[in-house]
Design a protein around this ligand. Structure first.
Ligand code: MLT
Length: 202
């Protein structure tokens, strides 16, 4: 997959996996990584699917309606890519924290739904429930931060709470942070994510 890898100063820190929103690319979230942990490795990936020229991490049939078969295929493709990247760049495969926005948060949530050890944790900005009616792996010791908007027209408050409860039922530690805003990624939620990251890594 097309990506950027920036080696961090401190090899004991997690590797931050950056996953952009629809129409974005691997450059978009680089400033976030610096705010979360400026000494960590950064692996920023571009989605392999194009929708009218806009990169995404999996196909959708309509706004908010996912192509499940492609979601499953692309989730495996990303998980395999993480295995290869860990080998190639020599980072700890078991210590990856994803930071995703919108479509990127959805594929990160899908990694958690499908693979027990894909991620150690995730910061999900405005995620949806990636799939329903499936049994999640045991996510004991995985930590997830969800940033949601009370007026988000794409990810409703009910869906954000549903995602929290599905992850908690699978034993993940989940913190749900609310902004009185819509789907946009706000500086306040990034700062809340940075505070959460410090708590879980101290
Ligand atoms: C998706 O398709 O993943 C969600 O609708 C969010 C987005 O617009 O990318």
């Amino acid at each position: 997959m097309k990506h950027i890898f920036n080696k961090g100063k401190d090899a004991t820190r997690p590797t931050l996996l950056l996953l952009h929103g629809t129409g974005g690319n691997e450059l978009d979230l680089l400033p976030l990584a610096g705010r979360i942990d400026d000494e960590a490795n950064v692996l920023s990936v571009r989605g392999n699917v194009l929708e009218n020229g806009m990169p995404r991490f999996f196909r959708r049939l309509a706004e908010g309606v996912f192509d499940e078969e492609d979601l499953i295929f692309r989730t495996k493709e990303l998980n395999d890519f993480l295995n290869e990247a860990a080998q190639k760049y020599g980072f700890d495969r078991d210590n990856i924290i994803a930071i995703g926005y919108s479509n990127g948060a959805n594929i990160a949530a899908s990694l958690l739904f499908h693979y027990q050890n894909a991620l150690k944790g995730a910061i999900l900005h405005h995620p949806m429930v990636p799939r329903r009616g499936v049994e999640l792996p045991d996510l004991t010791d995985k930590s997830v931060f969800i940033a949601a908007g009370t007026n988000d027209p794409i990810c409703s408050p009910a869906e954000s709470t549903e995602l929290q409860s599905l992850l908690e039922k699978a034993n993940a530690n989940v913190e749900l942070h609310w902004e009185n805003r819509g789907h946009q990624l706000t500086l306040d939620e990034v700062e809340a994510a940075a505070a959460w990251y410090k708590r879980i890594n101290s």
